[in-house]
Structure formats: C-alpha cells, structure tokens
Design a protein around this ligand. Structure first.
Ligand SMILES: Nc1ncnc2c1ncn2[C@@H]1O[C@H](COP(=O)(O)OP(=O)(O)OP(=O)(O)O)[C@@H](O)[C@H]1O
Length: 293
C-alpha cells in the first residue's frame, strides 16, 4: 500500500533549511494497522502529510496505492486525496463543524461528492458506535464520541488508507482504548490500511507493528510476537513492551544501522565515534574500537 524509499523533505525558510526527512524508507502492506512513533521533531507529521498528499517530498520515491505521489500532477493528487485517503487529526476542529449535528457532519463530505446519502451517513455512524447520537450537536458529545464522528467522516469517501495523527492525544486512557478498538474493528471488517502517528507508547504497544522514526529516518521496528488477529486479548497495562513485541533495528540498503541509544551507553561505546565490525559464526558483532581483536 505504501512504499517510501529514500524519502527526503527539506523545508526552506528565509535563512534556514530544515531537513525533516533524511532518506526515509518505509513499506506498509495493504490491510496493515500500524503505528509510527518518534520524539517531537523527528518527522512524523511531515511523513503523514506526504502520505496524505498534503505536501510533496523534496526527493525520493513515494508510491501509495500504486500512485507515484512525487511525480503525479495536481489533478491526480486531488483525485488521490478524494478517493484513496482519509485523515483523522488530534484536533477536532480540523475534522468537525461544531454547529452541525453528528449526522450533518458525516453527510457533508458525501454531499460534497454529489451523492446525498443519509443512509450511508447513518451506516457510518452505526459503524463507529454512534447510531444513538445522530441528532446531537457536537458540543453535546464527549471527546471520544467527537473523535468517533471524525473517524466516520474520514471513512465517508471509502478510503483505502486511513491516516491518523495523534488521534487519542486529547483523550483519557479509557477513551483512547475505545478509539483504538474502533480502528481495530474497522481494520478487520473493512480491510482498510491504518497508519497511526502517536506519542502514546501504550497505544503503540497494542498494534502489530510499530515503526520508530529518529532524525527523519526509520530507526527501529517493534513487531508484536502474536498478531492481535490471532490473539485478540491485548497486553495488560503492566506487561512490558519486550514481552509483547520483538524489537529490530532498521538496516537500510546502504548498510546503515541506527543502534538504539540505550545500547550506546555501554562501556567502551559511549562517544566512541567508530566500532570494529566482525562476522563471527554467522553473526555481525560490534566491538568498541579500543578492545583487542
Ligand atoms: N512548514 C515547515 N517549515 C519549516 N520547518 C518545518 C515545517 N514543518 C516541520 N518543520 C520542521 O521539520 C522537523 C520535523 O517536524 P514534524 O512536525 O514532522 O515532527 P513531528 O515528529 O511530527 O513532531 P511532533 O511530535 O512534535 O508533532 C522539525 O524540525 C520541524 O521544526
């Protein structure tokens, strides 16, 4: 569904250039539900904007649902945004119109596409568990309910890919859990590919694959040992990530590897600047530079 290779994004301001993505590689399969995590400023939102066709990369390869987003024209990009991708934002103001009812909010994007279909809007609200709240104004809904309306809106154009930027950022943990459950059930029932950008490690732990971005590049991947499809019971709050997921460092095509920061604190590696690399019995082993061979 998503194929990014060597993706670069440079923001130029009057006197400054910021390299937000520095040759990022990422592959997301069709029907995956995955999360992207990373520190503030690591490039998560920049990546999501590229995937959603809201901004163009400066260089690299970016294919989404078979479309080359870097080279396609404006018209094709508009078609892509309308037909292939849906967005859910943390900030409800970006998704919702406060003075309309729940039903009117969901009908609107369908109306804009020239197909007035109350039935479909009602169906979407049922799907997100809000069939009983269709006549309420948004101010009468809780934060979690409003986020579910936003998800119904994002689904109105029957997207193949749903992009969610901090979708639970302003919700308490119980409501976040419900929103994530909804993503899971939509992923299963509609087969829609879902990419969630989050700061929330608890949320990230509950999907099959978590990709970590560091300095504009994918640096590590955590893959759930048992897929949630095979083992729907989610890890308990006190289960550590190591128990539920296996962590991998990303090795790119040029042979570059980002070593997890914690490991670099070990004796001999701190600020060492270089390492000795040996192949030993089928394993690549790193030695501090001053350790005798
Ligand atoms: N429009 C822009 N103009 C200039 N620099 C930008 C622009 N958008 C993002 N950046 C810079 O690009 C880098 C990556 O930003 P981005 O918003 O993608 O990070 P993020 O990982 O989403 O952060 P956060 O978790 O805080 O939202 C940052 O250094 C940011 O300051």
């Amino acid at each position: 569904m998503i194929h990014c290779e060597g993706l670069v994004k440079i923001f130029k301001t009057a006197d400054l250039e910021v390299v937000a993505l520095q040759g990022l590689d990422l592959i997301v399969e069709q029907g995956e539900l995955m999360a992207i995590i990373g520190n503030s400023g690591s490039g998560k939102s920049t990546l999501l904007n590229m995937l959603g066709g809201l901004d163009k990369p400066s260089a690299g390869k970016l294919l989404v649902a078979g479309r080359p987003l870097l080279s396609c024209g404006e018209k094709e990009l508009v078609k892509y945004k309308r037909e292939t991708v849906g967005f859910v934002w943390q900030n409800n103001a970006r998704n919702l119109i406060p003075y309309l009812t729940t039903l009117e909010n969901v009908e609107l994007p369908i109306l804009l596409r020239g197909k007035r279909r109350r039935e479909r809007a009602l169906g979407l609200l049922e799907a997100v568990g809000l069939g009983h709240r269709v006549k309420n104004r948004l101010s009468e809904l809780s934060g979690g309910e409003q986020q579910r309306v936003a998800i119904a809106i994002a689904l109105a154009n029957e997207p193949k890919l749903l992009l969610a930027d901090e979708p639970t950022g302003s919700l308490d943990s119980r409501t976040s859990e419900q929103v994530l459950d909804l993503f899971r059930s939509l992923n299963r029932s509609l087969g829609i590919t879902i990419v969630i950008v989050t700061h929330d490690p608890a949320l990230a732990r509950k999907v099959d694959r978590v990709v970590q971005i560091r300095d504009g590049k994918t640096s590590a991947e955590m893959i759930r040992k048992a897929s949630y499809a095979e083992e729907p019971a989610l890890p308990s709050a006190d289960e550590a990530e190591e128990d539920s997921h296996t962590e991998y460092a990303v090795l790119d095509k040029a042979g570059r590897l980002q070593i997890p920061t914690g490991l670099l604190e070990a004796d001999g590696f701190k600020d060492c600047g270089k390492v000795r690399v040996e192949l030993e019995e089928g394993r690549i082993v790193l030695y501090p530079p001053d350790e005798a061979g």
